[in-house]
Design a protein around this ligand. Structure first.
Ligand SMILES: Cc1cc2nc3c(=O)[nH]c(=O)nc-3n(C[C@H](O)[C@H](O)[C@H](O)COP(=O)(O)OP(=O)(O)OC[C@H]3O[C@@H](n4cnc5c(N)ncnc54)[C@H](O)[C@@H]3O)c2cc1C
Ligand SMILES: NC(=O)c1ccc[n+]([C@@H]2O[C@H](COP(=O)([O-])OP(=O)(O)OC[C@H]3O[C@@H](n4cnc5c(N)ncnc54)[C@H](O)[C@@H]3O)[C@@H](O)[C@H]2O)c1
Length: 483
């Protein structure tokens, strides 16, 4: 059966479009909703004002991971030498690295393209959308009237009001992947995931790098795990100033100079501003649709409904966990609510994230600090990678697995700083999400030798005090005597 396409069927004239669902923003969240809705038979309109694929494909996850892959490959040559394999001096051809970044985007782009979405039956409008009323949107001279709207307009780099910043050339994640040339000395304002991933990437490709971070770096992660990453970055020669808020920026000849509130002065050839995100609400005329928002983003309830019950919002524009996988998860919640009127609610108990430095940093559920701040009585289980045979064989023994359980052993959270932590965290996402007991994780047979055994080892340590305690020893001796 041919699905009906959203078309010129409204009473609002030739330029009007009637739809069941209209999605604003063709990034991670919006594309997931549009693809799902169209394939489930809804007349779907998607409005995108810029590049299909949004931040993740064009200025975020994809280019940053492609750049990091090249950077980690460069560092891998030095590591190979430590294992006895020499590959000669490292030579980074930055032009070819950039070509790899562009090729990675190009390889994924067809999946997010206008052609693919039109093929799925979506009407795609390539224009900026703005609300003209509670159930109408205007984009490129067309009026869309829809039963449901979904706002998935993402976020843009937050450029802080630092005196002098406007007077110097600076980059953000939207421009740094244009890759003009490898910076000689890259200054980075902001030590969150964007700043730290890109700092290591450029450092490993050959730039000198200095990071200025207002608090400690990666402040949303467990401090004990962050320390592992920090140690590696420092060992690689990166300068990291923590508790260093950039207060002024100026040119000194050819150099960009950043001075902190405490008077620390750093000078470099290039500047990256990675100081956080600003939800994209400008120009949407949200007030015309009765939608409340603040600097933190559009306000939604757990069903991801805005103040206007026919309009949903998801992804970076609602603030909170700003990840591609979160936007994808939220898309499923919106589809259930918008198309099936099923009151599905978003749950953030088992939201994972990973930072793709080397070693990687991954977290799911409660960290030790958060659990304790909530007044919970917890047990913290650890296993170091130095005790893991596979890590030893590969010469990558830094890092640890850290598990947080309640007193009875229910898994509340897990954090890992280690090679491939983003992969190693996955069974723990299931454990936290399903509220598994630590016994289920300890009893798992893990192939030997794998890095994942470290997680099982940490889980097993929950039982060590009882297993090898006095009562067990007494019981075993008694049973042996009974023959
Ligand atoms: C450098 C960097 C690296 C990242 N790495 C990762 C990672 O490794 N893993 C991860 O999970 N997340 C990562 N993220 C975060 C991830 O990119 C975002 O969480 C994700 O893109 C959010 O998806 P979204 O759909 O909410 O918004 P976006 O992907 O930003 O899409 C929003 C779209 O809406 C469009 N739009 C805005 N206003 C309008 C309008 N008025 N009309 C029409 N269209 C409009 C925009 O043009 C844009 O295309 C990274 C982010 C950055 C900056
Ligand atoms: N691997 C991943 O999943 C990944 C990678 C990159 C980004 N992201 C997503 O993108 C979001 C944004 O990342 P981000 O790093 O841009 O933002 P962020 O808010 O996480 O970090 C920015 C940091 O900049 C600091 N800062 C702000 N102004 C400053 C100043 N004047 N001087 C010094 N420091 C200052 C802040 O203290 C803050 O910690 C992340 O929260 C994450 O959701 C995810």
């Amino acid at each position: 059966m041919m699905l009906p396409r959203a078309g010129m069927e409204t009473k609002s004239g030739m330029d009007g479009i009637a739809a069941d669902i209209c999605v604003i923003g063709g990034g991670s969240g919006g594309l997931s909703v549009a693809a799902g809705a169209a394939q489930m038979g809804a007349r779907t309109v998607l409005i995108e004002k810029g590049l299909m694929g949004g931040d993740c494909l064009n200025f975020g996850c994809v280019p940053s991971k492609a750049l990091l892959a090249a950077a980690h490959a460069a560092a891998g040559i030095g590591h190979a030498a430590r294992l006895g394999v020499d590959a000669g001096p490292v030579a980074v051809d930055f032009e070819r690295v950039c070509a790899h970044v562009r090729a990675t985007i190009a390889a994924i782009a067809p999946h997010d393209s206008v052609a693919r979405f039109e093929g799925l039956g979506v009407t795609v409008l390539q224009a900026a959308a703005r609300f003209t009323g509670p159930d109408t949107v205007e984009a490129g001279g067309r009026t869309v009237r829809a039963r449901r709207f979904v706002i998935a307009t993402g976020s843009t780099p937050l450029v802080p009001q630092i005196p002098g910043l406007d007077g110097v050339p600076y980059m953000t994640n939207e421009t740094i992947f244009d890759c003009p040339a490898l910076p000689r000395h890259l200054l980075v304002i902001g030590g969150g995931p964007v700043g730290i991933e890109l700092a290591q990437a450029f450092g490993r490709l050959g730039s000198r790098v200095t990071v200025l971070q207002g608090t400690t770096i990666l402040p949303r992660d467990d401090a004990e795990l962050v320390a592992v990453v920090r140690d590696r970055l420092l060992a690689e020669g990166m300068a990291i100033h923590e508790g260093a808020r950039a207060a002024t920026v100026a040119m000194d000849g050819e150099e960009i100079v950043v001075t902190t509130a405490d008077g620390v002065r750093v000078a470099g050839s290039h500047l990256l501003v990675a100081a956080g995100r600003r939800p994209t609400v400008a120009g949407l005329d949200l007030e015309r649709a009765g939608i409340a928002f603040s600097a933190g983003g559009i306000a939604v309830d757990r069903r991801l409904r805005t103040g206007n019950r026919r309009i949903f919002a998801l992804g970076d524009v609602i603030g909170g966990y700003q990840f591609t996988h979160m936007a994808g998860y939220q898309a499923g919640i919106v589809l259930r609510n918008a198309l099936f009127r099923w009151p599905a609610r978003a749950c953030d108990r088992a939201v994972p994230w990973a930072t793709y430095t080397e070693p990687e940093l991954a977290q799911v559920g409660l960290s030790e600090a958060t659990a304790r701040a909530q007044g919970r009585e917890v047990r913290v289980l650890r296993a170091t990678m130095a005790d893991n045979d596979r890590a030893r064989a590969e010469g990558r023994t830094e890092g640890l697995v850290k598990i947080v359980t309640d007193r009875r052993g229910r898994v509340l959270g897990a954090g890992i700083a280690a090679a491939h932590a983003g992969e190693l965290i996955q069974p723990w996402i299931l454990a936290v999400g399903r509220g598994l007991g630590i016994g289920a994780m300890a009893g798992m047979i893990a192939p030997y030798p794998t890095l994942g055994e470290a997680g099982r080892r940490a889980a097993g340590s929950f039982f060590t005090p009882t297993l090898y305690g006095r009562r067990t020893r007494w019981l075993v001796r008694l049973l042996q005597r009974l023959g």
